[in-house]
Design a protein around this ligand. Structure first.
Ligand code: SR1
Ligand code: MG
Length: 426
């Protein structure tokens, strides 16, 4: 199944009255809100780049209803984009819910024609990026993300699926070309060349941006990673796994917004996530109100990076040893798990090498490309912002220029610690 036919979405987002009328006309939604249907509270709360999101509450219950317009929100309507992305998001949420139900929101409503997706309203959860900017420690986040990543990536890979099932799933998501195109251009191409879409803190970062544009070794490393994204189908990716795609509390972690979902290299999701954690870690320097005021928080962030990797690798290895029901390295050929330990170790080493590279790409593109993150945009002191951005760029460049397979996750976090320790004013 593909996501066609194309959805004819309206050109204006719904207003509260129109959404209330839609809810009233839908038996599932009106049953959800029950007797309080007439007194629904509806407000638009979206802050993402692509969609509108409405908080709808009544009768002590609440939903987050997402509306995809036939354009991207950040373009103000200028960039056409079909609303099919919402169908991929729904398909991905359903798939991930099968493997990591504790870490995705429940779906309560889907209307392809109107491009509406109603999901569990997560409360008191906050967007992780905001929590990190506020300095909130999430003690279970790394463990939860290791569980989510290992379960979803393993279960949608050839290690778990028969070849036929895997091919069917790959085909189902292969039509998500519009959002893949955004990633291919905004993540892997434009930040590494001159483009009207790019922006950076200028003139302070002009020299760094020019050096990156002229760095052939780095651009070849980025291109090799882009080729992996274009051609490989290791597992179903969330494919936009930044800290704005995670909502959490101290005890509960949910991964939201998988509208970019597509099959690709496993290291992409891990790399995007840790790239955003590194970005936040360097931004923390600028949030300090006294020297060292965010040192403990940086230690939490870098500890989380390490724990995500060790937790992922351990859980993935356990699944490989015990639940390898797929066509790759089938159990019937290798009944003794021990015979494949070297293969498993090499596989994980490759995932790590990819993840570190993708993390480097993410750090550079969020600093020099079209789509920045609030971690940096919110820093009003220009000098501090530049310092954090330069550290992020240095770290990203280092990850991409390191010989492939030559770096452990701890070496990557240690490099971040060293950069921060040597920063001016430290
Ligand atoms: C036009 S979308 C820009 C960025 O926002 C999304 O969250 C993705 O990261 C994309 O690259
Ligand atoms: Mg998103």
């Amino acid at each position: 199944m593909t996501a066609s036919p194309a959805i004819a979405a309206p050109s204006q987002p719904l207003d509260a009255a129109a959404l209330a009328a839609h809810i009233a006309a839908d038996p599932g939604l009106s049953a959800f809100f029950g007797a309080d249907m007439a007194n629904l509270s509806i407000r638009e709360i979206g802050d993402g780049n692509l969609n509108f999101v409405f908080h709808v509450a009544g009768g002590g219950r609440a939903l987050a209803i997402k509306q995809a317009m036939p354009y991207s929100r950040m373009s103000g309507g200028a960039r056409a984009l079909t609303a099919e992305r919402l169908t991929y998001e729904k398909l991905a949420l359903e798939e991930f819910a099968r493997h990591a139900p504790a870490h995705v929101p429940a779906i309560h409503h889907f209307d392809a024609e109107r491009a509406l997706l109603g999901q569990e309203f997560l409360s008191p959860h906050v967007i992780m990026r905001k929590g990190m900017m506020d300095g909130v420690v999430y003690p279970h986040f790394a463990e939860h993300m290791a569980a989510y990543l290992s379960a979803c990536l393993f279960a949608t890979s050839d290690f778990a699926l028969t070849a036929s099932d895997k091919r069917r799933k790959v085909a189902r998501f292969a039509g998500n070309v519009e959002l893949c195109e955004i990633t291919e251009r905004l993540v892997f191409t434009e930040p590494f060349t001159l483009s009207d879409n790019n922006r950076w803190t200028s003139p302070e970062l002009d020299a760094e941006a020019a050096a990156i544009r002229g760095d052939e070794v780095l651009k070849q490393a980025v291109s090799a990673l882009k080729l992996a994204f274009l051609t490989r189908s290791d597992a179903l990716l969330h494919a936009d796994l930044h800290t704005g795609s995670i909502m959490l509390t101290e005890t509960d972690t949910r991964v939201i917004d998988p509208e970019f979902a597509v099959f690709g290299p496993m290291g992409f999701d891990i790399g995007m996530l840790i790239g955003n954690l590194f970005l936040n870690c360097f931004a923390q320097l600028a949030y300090e109100t006294e020297p060292g005021g965010r040192a403990a928080y940086r230690a939490f962030v870098l500890g989380a990076v390490e724990e995500i990797w060790t937790g992922f690798a351990a859980r993935f290895a356990a699944l490989w040893r015990e639940k390898r029901t797929g066509d790759a390295y089938p159990m019937r050929l290798f009944p003794e798990a021990a015979a494949l330990e070297a293969v498993l170790a090499r596989y994980l080493q490759d995932v790590l090498a990819d993840a570190l590279g993708f993390a480097g790409v993410e750090m550079i593109r969020r600093t020099l490309g079209r789509a920045h993150t609030p971690d940096y945009d919110a820093i009003t002191d220009r000098q501090r912002r530049c310092l954090s951005e330069k550290l992020a760029l240095s770290h990203g460049v280092m990850l991409l220029r390191a010989p492939r397979g030559g770096m452990s996750m701890t070496e990557a976090t240690d490099a971040a610690r060293r950069l921060i320790g040597a920063a001016p004013g430290r």
